[in-house]
Design a protein around this ligand. Sequence first.
Ligand code: ATP
Ligand code: MG
Length: 405
Amino acid sequence: MNVIILSPGYPADMPEFTRGLAESGATVIGVGDQPPAALPELVRHHLSRYVEVRSLWDSTAVTSELRKALHGIEVDRIECLWEPGVMLAAELRQHFGVDGLGIEQAHRFRDKEAMKQALDAAGIRTPRHVAVTSVAECFDAVEKIGFPVILKPIDGAGSADTYRINNADELRDVLPRLRHVPSISVEEFVDGEEYTFDTITIGGEIAYFNIAKYRPRPLIARSNEWISPQVIALRDVDHPKLADGIAMGRAVIDVLDFDTGFTHMEWYRKSDGEVVFGEIGARPPGAHQVDQMKYACDFDVFRAWGNAITHGEIGLDIERRYNVATIYKRAKGVGRISRIEGADALQKRFGEHVVWNTLLTPGTPRRDWMKTLVSDGFIMLRHPNLEETIAMADAVGSELHLYAE
Ligand SMILES: Nc1ncnc2c1ncn2[C@@H]1O[C@H](COP(=O)(O)OP(=O)(O)OP(=O)(O)O)[C@@H](O)[C@H]1O
Ligand SMILES: [Mg+2]
């Protein structure tokens, strides 16, 4: 089976997906804009060939470059696990006559208005929403929806240009900052807890899913530098609190006609128990949340995805053994990491539960916390009991300090 993977070397977990695909038995052809020498070793090792294209963002050019490079090789699947490439993958599938998510379906995973309209038509609870392209339309939409509202780009990612607006003054303040965004979604602000529903789906059937809880909600985490955001993959997915979210997740996959691969949905649970759809991507979550799945069930999730693509089945035993928490840390100060406080004491207390530590070491320049979800590194830890997991995560949040100067 010949499978194309777009951008096999970037972002961070694409090399592992490339490995998983190759180990499932596929002949993997990489297509990307990185020079071959820049590809991580793991990728180079698992690709049967690599086609370097000038740019991944010109689909006509990619199509013709690829047609030349393939000369007649039959391609069975075209995969992309990176949000900006989801449409390109669909266009290439159409061009080369390959099965999988088509252009129309892929568009509903990229355009948050088209997505919500399709779900509304099927009776799925989305936040009240209006798509706008001008200031006047924005004021009209807010009138209709009522404060507080959320303003966000129709094709947003990473909470960029996303604002909670409580009143008309705030709206007037924020609008100039959104001038560069061509199309905005105005939404009812939904107060509540925020969760993911992530799946490996095969031919429209969910073969594996994961639910993670965000602490706090991503928009709050992305607006306050002092917070150490947590994402917790939950072991007990049969908890009654999650049942409506799972049912919504299944319905969404169905309505949007997803075919085969990874999905990442976000949903909200209000204090009265009502669940509301957030968004869904035709790709896995980022920020190493796929690795959380691996540590939650001790299975090779990348291979599971590869098997799904190559064999139409996961073919691995999956048992939920742990809750897994990732705590993303942000240093105080600017410049290079100068010291880390609290690490030794925490290591003594629960080092046996820590599965991964990526904290930047002293001397390393700080990362831009607005641009990267992993910030200045993270601690990933796990425990069979949820309360214990949360207690440890909170200790890492409040007792571990990175400083930069
Ligand atoms: N209608 C809403 N009500 C309340 N909060 C919202 C709403 N829409 C978005 N948010 C907040 O803003 C965050 C970012 O919005 P959303 O997930 O739609 O966009 P995104 O930029 O694609 O996110 P991601 O960070 O997952 O790429 C959400 O995680 C949530 O915390
Ligand atoms: Mg989101």
